[in-house]
Design a protein around this ligand. Structure first.
Ligand code: GLN
Length: 252
């Protein structure tokens, strides 16, 4: 069920997240270790977005193909350095289209977002929540998928001035209430901090002081510095500090 990661810290090659580690995102695309909740491999597209340090808006590269089939990506990832990255590989939920725009990261300005999971009872369970969004947001969804709607819901709260963790927590609580049994691991960065929820899927982080912080569905290597995040948590991270708290308003 999709794998995602975010990194903040000193600039590193994208390859250090995707290809170099023994269990980097490339390996997680074809040999994930923890696909609780369904799926086997993550072959229905991928995306990487990275801040350049010069621009407020990150560069985003998404494809609808398996990550390992992109022949240009290894060289691109080796040559591109960034201090703020969000990347994901996708396993499309049955019934949802495999198309480039359905792959995370979803983006607006400096905001980057990914969802690992599924909305139970899609789409009927959440039409009420969708109806509260501006019509313009609905007719311009990235794709007709649960993840794209979750991004529209989060984005509406961010535009209204909510902090990222408040926005993510509010959306998880609302969707969990409307669609019980949903799996809602959300991941967000604006290049300054990371916010992430666990609700039905795995997540770990490694905070290495001057070496920055990485948050990922699965540890990228066997470094004992990786810490699993309990289910039903809210994680907030900056390059030098990580907090993990219980997710409010979500039945366990
Ligand atoms: N339901 C989402 C999609 O189809 C995410 C799927 C997943 O986490 N595997 O895009």
């Amino acid at each position: 069920m999709c794998r995602h990661l975010a990194y903040l810290g000193p600039p590193i090659p994208l390859a250090d997240l995707l290809f170099t580690p023994a269990h980097g995102l490339a390996r997680q695309s074809w040999a994930p270790r923890d696909m609780r909740g369904g799926g086997t491999i993550n072959a229905d597209g991928f995306g990487v977005a990275w801040f350049t340090g010069k621009e407020q808006t990150p560069i985003r590269y998404r494809r609808s193909l398996p990550l390992w089939t992109d022949a240009a990506l290894p060289a691109l990832a080796a040559a591109t350095r960034s201090g703020a990255v969000l990347a994901a590989v996708r396993s499309a939920t049955v019934g949802m289209p495999v198309t480039e725009t359905a792959a995370a990261p979803f983006a607006e300005g400096p905001w980057l977002f990914s969802h690992n999971g599924r909305i139970a009872g899609w789409p009927d369970s959440v039409t009420g929540l969708a109806a509260a969004l501006p019509v313009r947001d609905l007719v311009t969804l990235d794709a007709p998928t649960d993840s794209a709607l979750l991004w529209a819901l989060v984005r509406a709260r961010l535009r209204a001035g909510e902090k990222p963790d408040t926005a993510l927590g509010g959306v998880v609580a609302a969707v969990a209430a409307a669609a019980p049994g949903s799996r809602l691991n959300l991941l967000f960065t604006d290049g300054e901090s990371i916010a992430a929820t666990t609700c039905g899927h795995a997540l770990s982080y490694r905070s290495a002081g001057d070496a920055g912080v990485t948050v990922a569905s699965e540890a990228l290597d066997d470094d004992p510095g990786w810490t699993p995040v309990p289910d039903h948590s809210m994680l907030v991270a900056t390059p030098t500090a990580v907090t993990v708290a219980a997710l409010e308003g979500v039945p366990t």
